[in-house]
Every structure is written in structure tokens, then in C-alpha cells.
Design a protein around this ligand. Sequence first.
Ligand SMILES: Nc1ncnc2c1ncn2[C@@H]1O[C@H](COP(=O)(O)OP(=O)(O)OP(=O)(O)O)[C@@H](O)[C@H]1O
Length: 273
Amino acid sequence: MSYLNIDTMTEELVEQKIEPRKEFITVLQIRDLNVYAEDHHILKDINLDIPKNKVTVLLGPSGCGKTTLLKCMNKLTDLYKELQVSGSIVIDGDDILNTNKNVPAIRRKMGLLSQRPFPLPMSIYKNVAYGIKLKGVRDKKLIQFSVQRNLEEVGLWEEVKNRLNKPAHSLSIGQQQRLCLARGLAVKPQIILADEPTSALDPISSKTIEELFRRLKKHYTIILVTHVLRQAVRLADHVVFMSDGKIIEQGDPDQLFANPQTDKLKEYLVEGN
Ligand SMILES: Nc1ncnc2c1ncn2[C@@H]1O[C@H](COP(=O)(O)OP(=O)(O)OP(=O)(O)O)[C@@H](O)[C@H]1O
């Protein structure tokens, strides 16, 4: 029995699968990661290698710890004093959980895209310029050039080029999400952490974000949390299925979806399909 019949997906997907799988290069290495909130053991012995320039999809039932795992990756857990985090998360040779190095610089390696867009209360232009200035760029011409380039990168330039000084909040939610992505990319992250980035969007805006991710993985590593199984099938190069704070199964999406090994994943696929 096939749990998720990938053959019935769109031709576009079939095309996507033609590309031969290459050996993964690890960009982020997580070892023995445990997170507690007092006596609640939220993440349990997480060991995970995130492949470079791929889309890794984190799947699992509500409350299994996906968002907490993302928060560990950019040290957002530091902001929650009730969380005790142990283990290691290594990027570029630095264990970000146990380093005295510049935390904001480490955090800038990870761009975060949330469920709902959070544009800053300023103009479209200034939202993107803000990200560029965070990199220390002060030259006005260079900022202008980079604003355009980052808006082009998320496919928003043509839509906003004549209204750059209008408030970011005047954009549609889908456009705001792409603006936030442009602002995040302006900081030049290595990894995009996307926590259900299309859950607040209409189907067309969701498709735009999915297409963007497919293009952006040439230059960035993407870690995506989604509850939409078909989105996972469409985008994932690597799937991590979690339940109750643990990684239950992970691997190649074709194999994992067609031939789940555990009852937990079988149930999840049947319920979510
Ligand atoms: N700061 C915190 N203090 C106490 N408990 C927390 C904290 N953050 C998360 N938790 C708990 O940890 C568990 C995992 O939460 P998390 O948000 O990571 O799950 P999730 O898989 O992302 O869920 P969802 O799919 O619903 O977004 C939940 O039981 C949550 O209540």
C-alpha cells in the first residue's frame, strides 16, 4: 500500500523529481538537543543534519516541537527564560548553543519567516533598507541598488516599484510575506527558517511562496515547518517527521511518504492526506 501516491501529483512535481539526487552537504549539525520547560521535556535527543541548498521539511502533529526546534536554531530560545536547552548546534564550525561569539551575527545567518508577516511600521522601501543597513551598508546608492535586487529576488519589484514610499501595511498579506522575506534576505542569511509561512495566505500567494522557495534553494538552505502534506511533497528534498518531541523518521520524501516505517507516520499520513 502506498500512503501518499506521489505519482498522482502534478506533472510539475514529476519534473521536479527528474533531477538526480546528489550527496547532501551538511550546513547545520544538531547533536543531542534536549529542551525542557521545567519538567516538560519538549525536545528529546534530537540528532539532525540539515542539508545545504535543500528544502528540509519538518512535519508532525501539533505540539510535537517543530517550532521549538526552529527557535533553537537561531537561539530565539534565549528569549524564553523558562526553557533549558542542552546539546549542540554547529554552523560554520561554531556551536551556537555553547559559544561566546557575537550572538546577533550568528542569528543573522538564519532568516526567520513566520506564519504571519510582520512588516515594520514604515515604508516598503525602508523595510528592505532596514535589513541592508543591519549588514552595515551606509552608501545610499548601494542601499537603493540592494533594495531593488532583494525585491526582485522575491518577485515583488514590479508590483511595488511605483509605490516604494507607501506604508508596508498597505500591501496584501501575501505581498507583506514576500516583503518580509526580502527584508530577511537583505541580511544575507545562509538558512531560511520558515514556520508555516503560507498558513495565513490565499492559494495563489501560497503558490508564489512555494515557487520562490524552489528558486531560492539554489542560494539558501530552507527549513520549512508545514502542516500541508501536499506542500511537503511538492517542496521537500529531506523530510523530518516528529512526534512528542522526538524525530520518528527522516529521509528522502519519495521513500518516506510512499513507504513509512512507523505506525505514527502511517497514521499521520492517512489523517493528513
Ligand atoms: N516557552 C514555553 N514554555 C512552556 N512550554 C512551551 C514553551 N514553548 C513551547 N512549549 C510547549 O512545547 C510543546 C511544543 O511546542 P511547539 O510550538 O514547538 O510545537 P509545534 O510542533 O510547533 O506545534 P504547532 O504545529 O501547533 O505549531 C508544546 O506542548 C508547547 O506548549
